[in-house]
Write a new protein. Structure first.
Length: 325
């Protein structure tokens, strides 16, 4: 057992494991980028490297008081302290990454104005509800999207706890959960008219098919263009809603019968007296929720690593000056 522990704690073993982890990461990124880092082989290699660093760090920490008791030169004490901090920082970073890997969670929600979502799948310190009060898009002079904002209310026990505005690169942090502004999209609003009788308005996504029970014809809501120009085809001139149109296609069974474009309020007539009216769009926000319980460990590890490298570098400079003096 002592020999095995000595082998696992050896610096040479750590270097070999580091090379193996690097090679495995390179090959995994090239051939299995989506699944390799979750395989048991990669996890075993990381576990062995972590165990090696843990043993090395433990040995250095135990030896540090002895070094100070022997009253070694200051530069040697600085070097040993720096190396110990460096190793401990790496151990904490790996440990924090493992905690995030196994216990961290991510989720994605789509909300329209006035809608709320109960945050249960993400491990927050206390459960809460996110409500979207408003969604705003701002544009550049050329009509491209400059930024988009989600105006949120955090509800607890059906009471408003906090209001927040998030945008790209400006997330919300609450109860150990980060809420990121990821993107946005549009629900297409249409109203069906069945044989002259109007039905309730419904929402559909781009690509959805609208069918009728007594007809073989179906309308596909192909794409929403906020600034339609027939000369540019399926490409919107800008993201501003200057001339909103719905691009649609009509099918009979699986056979394409035609493609067209309608603006808000216009009808598409199908067989059997049925009609589809494009009434507008309902923008929705896409929010990503993430919990990183291992982040404090990673932060502490990064600070120790930086301090350790700095102290070791200062000690090396002092040793070099002492050698030349």
């Amino acid at each position: 057992m002592k020999k095995m522990m000595g082998f696992l704690a050896a610096m040479q073993t750590g270097l070999v494991l580091l090379v193996l982890v690097g090679l495995a990461a390179a090959l995994g990124s090239a051939f299995l980028p989506d699944t390799f880092y979750k395989t048991i082989i990669f996890k075993i290699l990381l576990g062995l490297l972590f165990f090696n660093l843990l043993l090395c760090t433990s040995r250095q920490i135990r030896g540090l008081p002895k070094a100070y008791a022997r009253r070694l030169p200051a530069r040697q004490l600085l070097m040993q302290t720096g190396l110990t901090g460096l190793h401990l920082g790496v151990v904490l970073i790996i440990a924090g990454g493992a905690v995030c890997m196994y216990w961290g969670q991510t989720g994605e929600i789509h909300l329209v104005k006035g809608q709320s979502a109960d945050i249960r799948e993400i491990k927050a310190k206390k459960p809460f509800v996110l409500q979207l009060d408003d969604f705003e898009m701002r544009y550049n002079e050329d009509g491209s999207t400059a930024q988009y904002y989600s105006y949120l209310t955090i509800l607890k026990n059906h009471q408003a706890e906090q209001k927040a505005v998030i945008s790209v690169n400006h997330p919300l942090r609450y109860q150990g959960v980060k809420v990121y502004q990821m993107s946005y999209g549009y629900f297409i609003k249409v109203q069906l008219v069945l044989a002259g009788e109007k039905q309730t308005e419904r929402l559909c996504r781009e690509g959805d098919r609208i069918t009728f029970p007594d007809s073989r014809q179906a309308l596909k809501a192909y794409r929403y263009l906020p600034d339609f120009d027939p000369r540019q085809g399926m490409t919107s001139r800008s993201m501003r809603p200057n001339n909103p149109h719905l691009i649609f296609s009509v099918y009979k069974g699986e056979q394409l019968q035609g493609i067209g474009a309608v603006k808000a309020g216009e009808k598409v007539r199908l067989d059997a007296g049925h009609e589809v009216v494009f009434t507008g769009v309902e923008p929705y926000t896409v929010l990503k929720l993430k919990s990183d319980p291992g982040l404090p460990l990673v932060l502490c590890g990064g600070v120790l690593l930086t301090m350790g490298v700095t102290m070791a570098w200062i000690a090396a400079v002092l040793n070099r000056k002492a050698a030349y003096s």
